[in-house]
Design a protein. Structure first.
Length: 151
């Protein structure tokens, strides 16, 4: 179980994955040795699953995001595997979730323009065997953003 010190460490490394042990130690009020041990325990337990850089997609030219829901013609393991294998190779798909409800998958697609999104949709996504229907939604602006929920 994690305590308030672990929670404080998680909050700091979530916003600054490059925080030094000195910075963590000062912020949580423990010496560097116990902070290092706690950080290692959080990593080994899988609570911290890795470290990454925050990338501004728009500054790379990918300023169009589209949320896409996909319904497959069958919800059997083979159809799911075919779809998931196909999309794994599409860099346009940033996130993808297998869903409950009336759609099977929800994805966020990042492209440089609506024309590029259309080429992706028509040239790649609709060509995957088993795709029965696709529904797209274009967000107007992000209201809240987070990487993960912490305590």
């Amino acid at each position: 179980m994690i305590d308030s010190f672990d929670t404080a460490i998680l909050r700091i490394v979530q916003s600054d994955g490059r925080a030094t042990l000195g910075k963590l130690s000062e912020a949580v009020g423990l010496s560097q040795t116990p902070v290092a041990r706690r950080l290692r325990n959080l990593e080994e337990s899988g609570i911290i699953s890795g470290y990454a850089a925050m990338i501004d997609e728009a500054k790379l030219g990918y300023d169009v995001s589209v949320f896409v829901s996909v319904k497959l013609d069958k919800q059997v393991d083979e159809a799911l595997d075919i779809f998931e294998t196909a999309i794994a190779g599409f860099p346009e798909i940033v996130d993808c979730w297998l869903m409950t409800g009336n759609r099977d998958y929800l994805m966020r697609i990042a492209t440089s323009s609506l024309a590029e999104f259309e080429r992706f949709l028509v040239g790649k996504l609709t060509k995957i065997p088993g795709v029965a229907s696709i529904e797209s939604s274009i967000p107007l602006r992000r209201v809240k953003s987070g990487l993960a929920r912490t305590v």
